[in-house]
Design a protein around this ligand. Sequence first.
Ligand SMILES: *Cc1c(COP(=O)(O)O)cnc(C)c1O
Length: 403
Amino acid sequence: MNMPIYMDNHSTTKVDPGVIEEMLPYFTVHYGNAASRNHTFGWDADKAVEAARERVTKIIGADSREIIFTSGATESNNLALKGVVEMYVEKGNHIITQVTEHRSVLDTAKRLEKSGINVTFLPVDSNGLVDPDDVRKAITDRTVLISIMLVNNEIGVIQPIEEIGKIAKERGILFHCDATQGIGKVPVDVQTMGIDLLSYTAHKLYGPKGIGALYVRRKNPRVRLSPIIDGGGHERGMRSGTLNVPGIVGFGKACEIAMKVMKEESARLLSLRERLRKGITDSLEEVYLNGHPARRMPGNLNLSFAYVEGESLLMGLKEIALSSGSACTSATLEPSYVLQALGVSPELAHSSVRFGLGRFNTEEEVDYVINRVTETVNRLREMSPLYEMAKAGVDLKQVRWRK
Ligand SMILES: *Cc1c(COP(=O)(O)O)cnc(C)c1O
């Protein structure tokens, strides 16, 4: 077994060797600018970009003319929200999203709010799911955009995108989906899901960092966007800037591989995930699953270990790369806003750990992680006065702490 073990595949993924192999010549031989029209270097680069564009669109069931390459999903989300709001300002000034979106959607929506746009942040239920009926009820005559993610990056739950897409269509409102965590993991089809704009990024599916895309529907309806980056008019004027040719080639290859292996890989990851979940919950008490137990992407497991700080647990597991549900800001340790939106207590949110299984994880690694997590949680609980009190039958909620 190779140490350290990487089990943080929702943060980013290792680049697949097949992807690297395909990218390399675009650094060393075909290093032209895809916008150079007068020589073979430019033509070769352009040809590679267009071939990759086909692959990147195929995985979502779109047409290659409907893709804008960006620097990643953060930029795609910014472009979708800001671009639509600016373009459709005459139609309305209201957008709908929900509370567990990625920061790049939430913070963009909050910035738009400051400039006078009305934003509805829909709640989620205790499983982390949005109710399509809430979406329907939130729509007004002034609504121009609905933005709901496909798969949540912390708890892996899959939102009812098809139902929401249907509602958006009925009401003639544009529907944007941040599908970053879902692409290559769960089937995505912009037609059946009724999606008009879709964000994704290569580095979450075994491609390189710094390259992403925004799908923009061309017909039924034709979506128009205001660009947020002006310049040489690349990507049909929607996103200026010299194309990242090796990145785009790698993104294309990553999509091609994902389409080929998705079905088998999902089944394998689901079985690894269940092995991990069962292994941990069989050997430890008071471990709670966060997010819907079934409606979640195969590689995601998010658990709270009562009486244990997630950060301390990770500190004790230095040879394993995982994420905790606390965001370290400069002064405080903020519990995850996603878990809080589910109604998880701050204590249990602080106790949470996200296991992100991916293509390169093995059963051997899973078994190692089960043992090390069990051992470390037991050790930390033995040192915890709260755990001792709870074991002795004290109801901690009734305890009045001296200030
Ligand atoms: C990672 C992620 C993003 C941001 O993608 P970048 O390419 O790193 O900017 C956006 N949304 C979700 C759901 C993500 O998981």
